[in-house]
Design a binder for this molecule. Structure first.
Ligand code: UTP
Length: 290
């Protein structure tokens, strides 16, 4: 089975749930302690063996490109000041992977954003890492999905069980257990009403798709919210060929939602080598006043 070496990170959404923070600053650039969310995502892809990444942006998201590029003036200043550790940290960001960019000219939905990646992907399977979903764990979630693609040769979705309230805002999958954390997925529905819930398993933040998804996307009409939904295209794929669901390990933080941003900040800060101990002491004192 063909190895997955390309990834697409859609980051062209309007981020209306985290306004006004996302008015001039892409939500994908919101920091978790000292790194923007999208850097965690790029690092996860690289740790999973991905070598080529396409980030889908749009107007006003140019600072994502700046973040993964050299900043010569800053590098020279750090070098002159002997700040070699910080300099090495910055230079590592520039050389993480081959990163290219394309603009989604109109925000017509996640499915439409993915269709902008067609010429980058060519005839290969590719991973999709949603630009506002940070997953932190020892075994990169993207790598867990790539292994399942290489094992079964079918498209793969990262899945987790969520509550009845949450599933109505996400997608719901028809699943059959394959053993371990793997499932066969035969159907799915985006933002189901209570009578259309197939199971409490939902797609969260990651998938690996075969290139045939692009023909399906071409035929996919606008769905929920008038947008071209990637879930609708994956539903066609799942009904036609079947897909694999991987209940991935790792903690997922939804950076497209205010509570998700706070949870990510708190939990990552507590483990941070530089500020973790002081932050824990601060939180303990604060908790006494709640
Ligand atoms: P979301 O639906 O979470 O992002 O899409 P959104 O549209 O920005 O959310 P709202 O406005 O708060 O409801 C998941 C990922 O897909 C990207 C987003 O940037 C996000 O990373 N996306 C979404 C696109 O690239 N293009 C789109 O047209 C829609």
């Amino acid at each position: 089975m063909q190895q997955v070496r390309k990834a697409v990170i859609p980051a062209a959404g309007l981020g209306t749930r985290v306004l006004p923070a996302s008015k001039a600053m892409p939500k994908e650039m919101l920091p978790i302690v000292d790194k923007p969310a999208i850097q965690y995502i790029v690092e996860e892809a690289v740790a999973a063996g991905i070598t080529d990444i396409l980030i889908i942006t749009n107007r006003g998201k140019g600072i994502i490109e700046d973040h993964f590029d050299h900043n010569i003036e800053l590098e020279q200043r750090l070098e002159a000041g002997g700040r070699t550790e910080t300099l090495a940290q910055l230079q590592r960001i520039n050389s993480l992977a081959n990163i290219s960019y394309i603009r989604q000219k109109e925000t017509k939905g996640l499915g439409h954003a993915i269709s902008c990646a067609r010429s980058f992907v060519g005839d290969e399977p590719f991973a999709v890492l949603y630009g506002d979903d940070v997953i932190i764990g020892d075994d990169p979630a993207c790598g867990q999905l790539c292994r399942a693609y290489e094992k079964y040769g079918l498209g793969v979705v990262g899945i987790k069980e969520v509550t009845v309230e949450q599933i109505q805002k996400y997608s719901s999958l028809a699943v059959e257990a394959l053993g371990g954390n793997e499932y066969r997925v035969s159907d799915m529905v985006e933002k189901p009403t209570p009578d259309r819930i197939l199971s409490l398993f939902s797609i969260l933040g990651r998938c690996v798709l075969p290139p045939s998804i692009f023909e399906i996307l071409e035929q996919t009409p606008p769905g929920a919210g008038g947008e071209i939904q990637l879930t609708d295209a994956m539903c066609t794929l799942a009904r036609r060929d079947g897909m694999t669901g991987v209940d991935f390990t790792g903690i997922r933080y939804d950076m497209g939602n205010k509570l998700g941003i706070l949870q990510a900040t708190c939990e990552v800060a507590l483990k941070h080598p530089e500020v973790g101990a002081d932050f824990a002491a601060y939180l303990k004192e604060l908790a006494k006043t709640l």
